[in-house]
Design a protein around this ligand. Structure first.
Ligand code: SF4
Length: 361
């Protein structure tokens, strides 16, 4: 009988990752069946409510203003636009809506108030609401919780060591602090990372150590395969091999048995057989819809055909945790504090990020 461990070492995780594949799959699938129904997969819809123009320098991201990509930026969506999209997502089988804004951190003010209203609106549609808005303070996390937020996403991206090779505009500890702020509320945590950024297996293991040692462990862990976008510093990275994805999913499943492991970016490059192996290895969540923020994603009908083929069912909302109550804005017990948090900046330079910023200028 497996129990949850918070003290995984990097060496143990590397050993798991490198096991003969059939042994790794068997172990992961056994853990999966102990904690989850293997025929149920959560379907979430990701909405980019504010695209592009981000001041950060994440090396993988086409939304960073400094890189020259073909992303069309847009202002914050209206509440009614978001509601219409959420209803469409619900009709096609999604139980969760994740709203992403290309912000460095949340700023109190009319735009954040609008996001809070979006959270209230979607929660009232009886769907799980998740937000990914960058770094947030404790007060902002509490305001989101009060509006009815179910989950907050903030990825660790990679190991602490490799993070320094990808992002220079904030530190790993800033990421952890936001996660800590979310944990001061009843909002669940979604945090994972990206493989295929040029990191070593040690870095993949290092990220899993960081996530698995959080107590409680994140309720959701997205595993993304880098989608190398032209114009970003990582544009020339080779596509992730399906075997790496399967090994990463299986290892994540074993070290975080209760979490929902999410197959995220990069699914368009995966065959149905590859995805089926990931589900067998313990992935039990996907993003639906033809776009993942700005990168392509399989069509929702294709996904439903795959579900039918594999005998999978979409997960109903609020299975893992009760639906939060929504407090209306006028009854809120929190005031906007207008905090301007002093986030730590490592102040170091990443050559390839600089080069990508200078290209085309
Ligand atoms: S990943 Fe997020 S924080 Fe980083 S550049 Fe893209 S939008 Fe900004």
């Amino acid at each position: 009988m497996n129990t949850i461990r918070y003290n995984w070492t990097k060496e143990e995780i590397i050993q798991l990752y490198n096991k003969p594949l059939m042994d790794l799959l068997f172990e992961a699938a056994s853990v999966h069946r102990q904690f989850h129904n293997p025929n149920v997969v959560q379907v979430s819809t990701l909405l980019s409510i504010k695209t592009g123009g981000c001041p950060e320098d994440c090396g993988y991201c086409p939304q960073a203003a400094r890189y020259h990509t073909n992303i069309e930026g847009n202002d914050l969506m209206t509440v009614s636009q978001v509601k219409a999209q959420a209803l469409r997502a619900k009709a096609s089988g999604s139980s969760r809506v994740c709203m992403g804004a290309a912000w460095r951190n949340v700023k109190d003010g009319p735009e954040f108030d609008q996001v809070l209203e979006m959270v209230r609106t979607i929660n009232k549609l009886d769907m799980e609401v998740c937000c990914t808005l960058g770094m947030i303070t404790e007060n902002q996390a509490k305001r989101l919780a009060e509006a009815g937020l179910y989950a907050y996403n903030h990825n660790l991206d990679s190991s602490e060591e490799y993070y320094k090779e990808v992002i220079s505009t904030r530190g790993y500890e800033d990421r952890l602090e936001t996660i800590e702020n979310v944990r001061k509320t009843n909002v669940t945590v979604c945090s994972g990372g990206i493989i295929g950024m040029g990191e070593q297996i040690e870095d993949r293991a290092g990220m899993l150590v960081a996530l698995a040692s959080l107590n409680p462990q994140p309720e959701s862990v997205p595993i993304n395969a880098l989608v190398a976008v032209e114009g970003t510093p990582l544009e020339n990275e080779k596509p992730v091999e399906i075997w790496d994805m399967i090994r990463m999913v299986a290892t994540t499943r074993i070290v975080m048995p209760e979490t929902q492991v999410r197959l995220s970016a990069g699914r368009t490059q995966m065959s149905r057989e590859g995805q089926a192996m990931c589900f067998f290895a313990g992935a039990n969540s996907i993003f639906a819809g033809d776009k993942l923020l700005t990168t392509p994603n399989p069509d929702v009908n294709e996904d439903m055909k795959m579900f039918e083929l594999l005998g999978l069912e979409p997960q109903k909302p609020f299975i893992k945790k009760m639906q939060p109550e929504t407090v209306e804005a006028e009854n809120s017990q929190y005031q906007p504090l207008g905090e301007k948090p002093k986030w730590t900046r490592p102040g170091h330079v990443i050559e390839r990020n600089l080069e990508a910023s200078q290209k085309g200028k």
